[in-house]
Design a binder for this molecule. Structure first.
Ligand SMILES: [Zn+2]
Length: 193
């Protein structure tokens, strides 16, 4: 077993013998892939992990971006690091920071999830950028996701910058503000008495 960016990997070499197990074996079905950031930092990343927390920051590289038509990497000023000068194609994404109370994780949110959570389509974002500039688009998207509670799922890696998740599914989590406030108040009162 080795690991790549915190994801455990099983390497099968030529000398490895793989045999099929005919008997049923027990798999642990927790019914949920939900992990806390603290658990990820302790146990490493992995595939198909769910994280639930609040969007506390939106980082540079969010909003309208251009991608190389050949390799799909995001490009700056029309230049791909692999392919040189290219005619970039438009895309929209969010680089968010999600805090679940145990820690923070970077989340790269692609076009479809970005459009769904913000209610702003790529076409609308481009129209807004033509009128008000790209900075206005990023600000508008940020205002629609900041301080919202979300549940994201995807593959989690850990590198020098900390843990990050490449989001393949995102849904907003409805928060009952009143009951959360009541619970908080009860906590405070319990601590005072
Ligand atoms: Zn390229």
């Amino acid at each position: 077993m080795r690991s790549w960016k915190g994801i455990p990997q099983l390497n099968l070499g030529e000398a490895t013998e793989v045999s099929r197990i005919d008997s049923d074996f027990q798999t642990v079905d927790t019914g949920s892939n939900l992990r806390t950031v603290a658990e990820i930092m302790k146990n490493g990343g992995g595939i198909d992990i769910d994280i639930e927390g609040m969007v506390v920051d939106i980082r540079a590289g969010s909003g309208l971006i251009k991608r190389c038509p050949l390799c799909k990497r995001s490009i700056l000023s029309g230049v791909c690091t692999m392919h040189g000068q290219v005619e970039g194609t438009s895309d929209i994404r969010l680089k968010a920071v999600i805090d679940d109370g145990t820690g923070a994780i970077g989340a790269v949110i692609g076009r479809s999830d970005t459009e769904r959570i913000t209610g702003v389509t790529l076409e609308e974002a481009e129209a807004m950028a033509a009128r008000l500039g790209e900075g206005a688009v990023t600000g508008d998207l940020a205002s629609k996701v900041l301080m919202r509670r979300v549940r994201v799922s995807g593959n989690v890696t850990i590198d020098d910058f900390g843990p990050s998740i490449t989001v393949r599914g995102l849904k907003p989590v409805e928060v009952d503000v009143e009951s959360e406030a009541r619970a908080l108040l009860e906590d405070v009162e319990a601590n005072l008495s």
